[in-house]
Ligand binder design. Sequence first.
Ligand SMILES: Nc1ncnc2c1ncn2[C@@H]1O[C@H](COP(=O)(O)OP(=O)(O)OP(=O)(O)O)[C@@H](O)[C@H]1O
Ligand SMILES: [Mg+2]
Length: 240
Amino acid sequence: MLEVSGVTKSFGGLVAVDDVSFSIGDAEIVGLIGPNGAGKTTLFNTITGVDPPSDGSVTFDGASIAGRKPNKICRRGVVRTFQIVRTFDESTVLENVRTGAVFGSSRDRSTDEATEHAREAIEFVGLGAEAETPASELTMAQRKHVELARALACDPELLLLDEIGSGLTPTEIEELTDTIERIRDERGISVFWIEHVVDAIMGTTDRLLVLNEGSLIAEGEPAAIREDERVLEAYLGGAV
Ligand SMILES: Nc1ncnc2c1ncn2[C@@H]1O[C@H](COP(=O)(O)OP(=O)(O)OP(=O)(O)O)[C@@H](O)[C@H]1O
Ligand SMILES: [Mg+2]
């Protein structure tokens, strides 16, 4: 479904993403790990149109999306969450998620249909009881579920998650992980998931990609990646 080929992104003299190629298939959960500054978020930005690639191609369902506007890419079904939570804090959970249904989806919905669609996404992530609560009154873990619900309301085929587990307790991460597995299992949505620390996504991902200084240095099953010399070296024996 997603084909990334030879993607490079430079900022002046700095090559943040260096000739990266990989693909993601239907209903797959793929993890992207790597140390701080490895280029993970930049790679997401090249796919989602926030920072178009300097070189290389990105195709989704056979059509080129490199260099297209973020809103166009989102409506084609490539939807992301951000490393820093971006909820509208003055707005309720329902209002937050409705923006996804109204602006992020390619489907035409009436006002009532958009509201219904948003409610359904809120139920799916387990926040049904908080639909009318302002986002500012939620815990960090709940706000991350709001982001997931908003992304779901955009009708994604591929969901890109940028460190959605960071700042959460192990129990909270487990809940989030369960929701993400259900997104794949029940909706058939593919997930491309960045985490800095591999433990959070070890059990959930089918495959891991490892980025270091802009380059893909390893790709494979999580258990094998954990033992990979180049990966251990990249993290300098740190919290892999
Ligand atoms: N807009 C930009 N302009 C200039 N340099 C940038 C820009 N965005 C990212 N960079 C640089 O590109 C490199 C990769 O950054 P990026 O944010 O992609 O890393 P990351 O793997 O997501 O790191 P982290 O784990 O800390 O989130 C860094 O050196 C960063 O300073
Ligand atoms: Mg990042």
